[in-house]
Design a binder for this molecule. Structure first.
Ligand code: 2AM
Length: 175
């Protein structure tokens, strides 16, 4: 059996933005609210691919390379808690059309290539805390980060020495 990799398409956040987010998070949520995701792991998933073969990876990379669409601005100005998955997240109140279009395309390419896609609607989010099962009090919506999105990334999710790391494998420009 050939080796597989756990992969997903997503957006990387600018370093400055990650830095500001973790500072805000530390001031906003108490330590018992959940397990904070490390600054270098903050990202927004566009399409989760699961554990896939090298051949499928290559095919999906080729399709990703043919995507032509302009960049867009993403505003993170909303936060929420999903108690079932134990996730506290940051996301846009209004998802930009470009983001929905890009995620839609990547998710349908993934589905056509045999990667299971959740039937639930795409809910763009950056996971801030995990294992947040108890009730979490959410901050007033008086925060926002606006970031230009000019590329998307194929990430490799690896579990190493007790923690999950996301490594960039490839990226494509939006233009
Ligand atoms: P999460 O942050 O809401 O858990 C890498 O695991 C990324 O892919 C994470 O952003 C994670 O979302 C997302 N992810 C993991 N498993 C997934 C699945 N089965 N369906 C959709 N997204 C998934």
């Amino acid at each position: 059996m050939s080796a597989t990799k756990r992969l997903f398409f997503g957006l990387e956040l600018p370093d400055q933005c990650k830095h500001e987010i973790i500072q805000w998070r530390a001031e906003t949520f108490p330590a018992e609210a959940g397990h904070p995701v490390g600054a270098d792991s903050l990202h927004l998933t566009l399409a989760f691919l699961g554990d896939i073969s090298e051949a499928k990876q290559q095919a999906l990379m080729q399709l990703a390379g043919r995507i032509q669409q302009p960049g867009f601005t993403l505003t993170l100005d909303d936060a929420g808690h999903w108690p079932r998955s134990g996730v506290v997240w940051l996301g846009p109140r209004q998802a930009p059309r470009g983001l929905l279009q890009l995620a839609d395309l990547l998710r349908s390419q993934a589905a056509r290539s045999g990667c299971f896609q959740s039937p639930l609607p795409f809910h763009p989010h950056v996971t801030l805390l995990r294992n947040a099962a108890l009730s979490v009090s959410l901050p007033p919506r008086n925060f926002h980060w606006s970031l230009p999105v000019e590329r998307f990334v194929l990430f490799h999710s690896q579990f190493e020495r007790g923690r999950t790391r996301y490594q960039e494998i490839a990226d494509w420009k939006l233009r």
